[in-house]
Ligand binder design. Structure first.
Ligand code: 16G
Length: 240
């Protein structure tokens, strides 16, 4: 595995070896690396050499160090194209991450102000108000508040909210989800965001507001999401 005769520096071979283990999923995000001493004895090289290989990966943000605890595998930054309208579940599955949801609340309420206007209904109309933390491989990624006109999905129940809403709309309700309008802005985590997303209060988040529509132009949902700025970034292709 480590070739001491090779002209490739040993620290670089160590770096490549750990990098490959991360890519192959042998080392998982959040997992602790063996200690420098264990590494050094396993590969028969000095601790200094191991440290140099690891430091390079820390600089590339593939690993992170925690004082007194050790070195850990970083969480991948999720890159989300803005050209395709996908659901959270699809986004995570595309990345071979396990999607999950923590349901915080699910109520029927009267639509007010902005929500009524996004949904295209009059104030006072009954809507479902859903609050979920969305998880990727059990890690909180986004806090999502969804509003759906009750009339559109009268049988919506809690079970659905632990998996995919879009799948329910398409497969159970037979709707064709067609397009969405979305705005993204930067915000700082409030105490509530911080506790639910497991970040420090004041951390940067991306606040997204989505209005999704069906093929027949009816508005399906109004969604307010707060995505962790350190885990998510959006990419878009442009032409001119
Ligand atoms: C995404 C959508 C959200 C939609 C949800 C459905 C953004 C900003 N938001 O999170 O509008 O309700 O997917 O996900 O992309 P689900 O099918 O996994 O429940």
């Amino acid at each position: 595995m480590i070739d001491k005769q090779s002209p490739i520096p040993i620290y670089f071979q160590i770096e490549a070896l750990i990098d490959k283990q991360i890519k192959d999923g042998v080392l998982r995000p959040g997992e602790a690396l063996p200690s420098e001493r264990e590494f050094a004895s396993e590969y028969g090289v000095s601790r200094m050499t191991i440290r140099q290989g690891i430091t390079n990966l820390v600089q590339q943000k593939k690993l992170y160090r925690e004082k007194g605890k050790g070195t850990f595998v970083s969480w991948p930054n999720i890159e989300q194209p803005l050209s395709k309208m996908t659901s959270f579940t699809e986004d995570m599955k595309n990345r071979e991450m396990e999607p999950g949801s923590k349901l915080l609340s699910f109520n029927r309420v009267e639509a007010t102000g902005e929500i009524a206007s996004i949904l295209g209904i009059s104030e006072g109309t009954m809507v479902f108000a859903i609050k979920r933390v969305r998880l990727a491989d059990h890690m909180p990624i986004a806090l999502e508040q969804t509003y759906i006109t009750c009339e559109l999905a009268p049988d919506l129940h809690e079970g659905v909210l632990h998996s995919s809403l879009y799948q329910y709309f398409e497969q159970e309700c037979g709707y064709i989800i067609n397009d969405a309008e979305q705005t993204i802005k930067a915000i700082l985590a409030t105490s509530e965001d911080a506790a639910l997303l497991e970040v420090e209060k004041g951390s940067p988040l991306l606040a997204i507001r989505r209005q999704a529509r069906l093929e027949d132009n009816r508005v399906l949902e109004a969604v307010y999401s707060h995505y962790r700025g350190d885990r998510y970034h959006f990419v878009t292709k442009m032409s001119r």
